[in-house]
Design a protein around this ligand. Structure first.
Ligand code: NAG
Ligand code: NAG
Length: 397
C-alpha cells in the first residue's frame, strides 16, 4: 500500500502531489482529505456550469445571428415595372380553366400518383404509405406522435382554404425573392383568390410590393415568423414537418403550451413560442406533397439512410408550395421566384440584406434542378411567372 503510493507519488510532478501522500496521523489525514473532496466537487460544479452555459448559448446564439438587417437598395426601371404590371393584368384577365395546373402536373407524374388529400385531418386514417420514409417525405417511426397530433387537428369537413368559393380559383404562390422589390405589385397580388405565403415573408412596409392578404402561410418551426404578421381574419397556417421535433412544436402551438425545454436543442434557429390562431386554422401538410415533389416531379432518388451531410433531395418550400397549390387551385401563378446568379448584387429576399450570391452556399436544396423544372413548367403553361425571374418573356437580353 505504502509502496504503490510512493510509486504513484514519484510519477507526478511536485505541484500535483496532494497531502494524502504523507499521512502522519489519522486525524490529519481526514482533515487533509477535505480539500481533495472540495476539488472534486468544484470540478463537477464547473462542469455543470459549462453544460448550462453551452445550453444557453445553443438557445440564444441563433437568435443573435438572425437579427434582421436593413433591406438592400435595388432599382427597377419604370419601363420594366410597366411591362410586369401589364403581364400580371393579362394573367388576371385570362380565362380561368378548372383543374388546369393539376392536370398539367399530372402529365409529369407517374400514373400511380393519386394524392388528393393535401392536408391530414383528425377523422381520416393515416395511409400506410406515409410511414415508408422519414420526414419530410413521410412519418417513418413516428406513428404515435402523428396520431397524437391528428387528434388536435380539424375534421375533414373543414374547408382546406379560408375562402369558400365555388368559382374557378386563381392562386399565387409568393416566393420571397428580391425580384419582387420595387415592382409595386401589391394591389395586383391582392386580386388573386388565394395568396400562399412562405415562411416569415413579411407584409407591413413591404405590402406595396407583396400585397397584404394571406390565405395560407406555409412554414416549418424555424421559418415561421417570431411574431405573427398576418392580419387577415381567416389565414390558415400550414405546418410542414421536416424533423420529428417539429411535430411536438406544432402540437405545442395548437395547445397554446410552451415548447418543451429539451426540444429547443433540436431547432437550428429560435422558433416562435406562440401562434395566435385557433386550432381550426391549423393544417398539417400531407408529407406526400413533398415526397411527390421530390421523387416524382424533381426526379430525385429516394431518401437513403446516412449519418452526415445530405442528398440535396429536399425540395425548397416554394417548390412544395407549388405542388400544394396545384391541388388546391385551378390556375397557379408564381411571384418572387428567382435564383438568377447572373444578377450580381441583386437582393436574395425582398426584406433583408442578403445578396443573391448567398445562394452559392446552399447545400440543402438543389437549386439548379428546381430552376430547370420551374422554367419548363412556365414554358408549358402549367404555371405563370408573374415576376419573370424564371423565364423572362420580355426582358432585353
Ligand atoms: C389591405 O390594405 C387595404 C388598403 O389599405 C385595406 O383596406 C385592407 O383592409 C388590408 N387588408 C388586410 C388583410 O390587412
Ligand atoms: C439572368 O440575369 C441575366 C443578367 O441580368 C439575364 O441576362 C438573364 O436573362 C437572366 N436569366 C433569366 C432566366 O431570367
Amino acid at each position: 500500500m505504502e509502496g504503490t503510493r510512493s510509486l504513484r507519488a514519484r510519477r507526478y510532478p511536485a505541484s500535483l502531489q496532494i497531502p494524502e501522500e504523507f499521512p502522519d496521523s489519522s486525524g490529519r489525514q481526514n482533515s487533509m482529505r477535505l480539500p481533495k473532496r472540495w476539488a472534486t466537487h468544484r470540478c463537477w460544479l464547473l462542469l455543470g456550469v459549462v453544460v448550462v452555459l453551452l445550453f444557453l448559448a445553443m438557445i440564444c446564439l441563433p437568435w443573435i445571428q438572425t437579427e434582421t438587417s436593413k433591406p438592400l437598395a435595388w432599382y427597377v426601371t419604370h419601363a420594366h415595372k410597366k411591362q410586369v404590371h401589364e403581364h400580371v393584368h393579362r394573367v388576371l384577365k385570362s380565362q380561368c380553366r378548372p383543374g388546369s395546373a393539376r392536370n398539367r402536373l399530372l402529365a409529369r407524374l407517374p400514373a400511380s400518383s393519386h394524392m388528393t388529400q393535401p392536408f391530414l385531418w383528425k377523422d381520416v386514417p393515416l395511409a400506410d404509405d406515409l410511414f415508408l420514409y422519414p420526414p419530410p417525405f413521410g412519418f417513418r417511426s413516428l406513428r404515435g406522435n402523428v396520431e397524437d397530433l391528428l387528434k388536435l387537428l380539424p375534421d375533414s369537413d373543414s374547408s382546406p382554404l379560408p375562402e369558400k368559393t365555388d368559382k374557378c380559383r386563381r392562386c399565387v404562390v409568393m416566393g420571397n425573392g428580391g425580384i419582387l422589390k420595387g415592382l409595386e405589385l401589391g394591389p395586383l397580388i391582392n386580386r388573386f383568390d388565394t395568396i400562399i405565403r412562405l415562411n416569415s415573408g413579411p407584409l407591413g412596409e413591404f405590402s406595396v410590393d407583396v400585397g397584404n392578404r394571406t390565405s395560407i402561410r406555409m412554414s416549418y418551426p424555424e421559418g415561421t415568423p417570431r411574431r405573427w404578421i398576418d392580419t387577415d381574419p381567416d389565414t390558415v397556417f400550414v405546418a410542414v414537418v421536416y424533423k420529428s421535433v417539429d411535430i411536438s412544436w406544432i402540437s405545442a402551438m395548437m395547445k397554446k403550451l410552451t415548447v418543451p425545454l429539451w426540444d429547443w436543442l433540436f431547432f437550428w434557429q429560435k422558433v416562435p413560442d406562440q401562434i395566435p390562431l385557433e386550432p381550426h386554422r391549423f393544417r398539417l401538410l400531407n408529407p406526400e406533397i413533398i415526397r411527390e415533389t421530390a421523387l416524382d416531379l424533381l426526379k430525385y432518388p429516394p431518401p437513403r439512410k446516412r449519418l452526415l451531410g445530405n442528398d440535396q433531395n429536399v425540395p425548397t418550400i416554394g417548390m412544395s408550395a407549388l405542388n400544394l397549390a396545384s391541388v388546391l387551385c385551378d390556375e397557379v401563378s408564381l411571384a418572387g421566384f428567382s435564383y438568377n446568379l447572373s444578377r450580381q448584387g441583386a437582393p436574395l429576399h425582398y426584406y433583408d440584406h442578403l445578396r443573391i450570391t448567398a445562394m452559392l452556399k446552399e447545400t440543402t436544396h438543389n437549386v439548379d434542378r428546381e430552376t430547370e423544372l420551374l422554367q419548363k413548367l412556365v414554358r408549358e403553361g402549367a404555371v405563370t411567372d408573374l415576376t419573370q425571374g424564371l423565364h423572362c418573356s420580355f426582358c432585353p437580353s
